[in-house]
Design a protein around this ligand. Structure first.
Ligand SMILES: NC(=O)c1ccc[n+]([C@@H]2O[C@H](COP(=O)([O-])OP(=O)(O)OC[C@H]3O[C@@H](n4cnc5c(N)ncnc54)[C@H](OP(=O)(O)O)[C@@H]3O)[C@@H](O)[C@H]2O)c1
Length: 365
């Protein structure tokens, strides 16, 4: 069996290059020759904390773009030579489970791949799958917003002016969420982010922008969004103890809040090692008892059959072709060896040095 190079956490605190077998894709799967793979904070949770690891090694990465090299039995929608961007489910290091994308060849279920339209470059395409899926799943499944018949929606929802907050909107998930809400017809969407991102976030669809570090955030919101001055729906794209405390100040007691697990100790996506899976595990629950808390686990999205069959195969290529969704800004890691590129990325993530852009690793060919 031929082999190729992958970058994996081989033990807690140890990330290295390993050789793995280049497997033939199984039924319903495709093998992709990877050109670019992206990195997220989750890669540091695996490497530094062995978070959700059953067994090492764990190949890092959840997204990759590249060229289909082989198709498995029953695959008719993709062919060898197609350029695609794909999302890999997290396999926890289990031998027979899914593998990460930080490798020269990666296997995907065909329904987790999207063909890349010609207006999107391969590196930009690698920024999309995990956070785009997270945004769509959080808004249109977990928070229960109706999925429009097409994007942009031909008929805005009756409650189009319901106040919605995308907390941490400069994050990669936040940027896709703003664009999707605009395309779905929502007009009273607010974003919190550092002031340097405010003008850009308005271009993505934010009607109001707030500095999350403002000591007067609740008053700033109340003055601006109308009605009772609180949000009916919130997507907290950061989900740390500090962000939950701020969200609790600006959401209606009867409102709904989607949280991207895990809940981190501290106040950003880098973690101090403390992580929770529900708010009651925290020392103090900042929310009113009636506030609905939705714990988002993107890996479960294929349980929604409509999303499984449509989101990556059809909806994403349509949104990209029409320019309704623009990919995140790319911060390209293409210097040094494959292993060194990933090591630089892990360091940037663990030191909270990523702001408004996605880390993309050029995979050596
Ligand atoms: N459960 C799931 O299924 C799921 C799915 C996807 C992501 N996640 C989790 O969601 C988190 C975000 O992921 P991501 O890849 O979207 O992050 P990211 O793009 O790497 O996040 C970076 C952004 O975080 C913002 N930020 C940092 N501290 C903040 C704070 N206190 N308040 C508001 N914004 C703050 C920064 O904004 P400024 O530059 O404006 O300061 C920066 O732009 C990670 O913990 C990830 O593991 C979970």
């Amino acid at each position: 069996m031929p082999t190729h190079t992958a970058i994996a956490a081989i033990a807690q605190g140890d990330c290295n290059a390993i050789q793995v077998e280049t497997e033939k894709p199984g039924p319903g799967h495709v093998l992709v020759k990877v050109a670019y793979a992206s990195m997220i904070a989750f890669d540091t949770y695996i490497t530094d904390l062995a978070y959700a690891v059953v067994e090492f090694p764990v190949i890092l990465g959840l997204n990759a773009s590249g060229t289909v090299a082989a198709v498995g039995e029953g695959v008719t929608s993709l062919a060898v030579g197609d350029t695609v961007t794909g999302f890999a489910l997290y396999g926890r290091g289990r031998k027979d489970g899914p593998k990460g994308t930080m490798q020269e060849f990666a296997t995907f279920p065909v329904f987790q791949c999207a063909k890349i339209p010609s207006n999107i470059t391969l590196d930009a395409a690698a920024t999309i799958p995990d956070n785009f899926i997270t945004s769509f799943f959080s808004l249109f499944d977990q928070l229960g917003l109706p999925i429009p018949s097409s994007f942009p929606t031909p008929s805005p929802p009756a409650d189009h002016d319901t106040p919605i907050l995308v907390y941490g909107a400069s994050s990669t998930t936040g940027q896709y969420s703003l664009q999707l809400l605009r395309a779905a017809g929502y007009t009273n969407v607010a974003a919190t982010a550092s002031p340097k991102h405010h003008a850009f976030l308005r271009t993505l669809g934010a009607a109001h922008v707030f500095d999350y570090a403002s000591p007067t955030l609740p008053e700033d919101v109340a003055r601006t969004i109308g009605g009772d001055g609180k949000f009916a729906l919130v997507l907290d794209t950061i989900t740390a103890e500090g962000t939950l405390a701020r969200v609790a100040q600006v959401v209606r007691p009867s409102g709904s809040v989607a949280l991207l697990l895990p809940i981190k100790g501290g106040d950003d996506v880098a973690t101090d090692g403390v992580m929770y899976h529900t708010v009651p595990e925290m020392e103090r629950n900042p929310f009113a008892p009636e506030t609905k808390l939705l714990y988002v686990r993107t890996f479960t999205y294929p349980q929604n059959a409509y999303l499984r069959d449509n989101l990556m195969p059809r909806i994403l290529p349509e949104l990209l072709t029409a320019g309704i969704i623009q990919p995140n800004r790319v911060r390209l890691l293409d210097q040094g060896t494959f292993k060194e590129r990933v090591a630089i990325g892990l360091d940037l993530l663990r030191n909270n040095k990523i702001s408004g852009e996605k880390l993309i690793v050029k995979v050596p060919q």
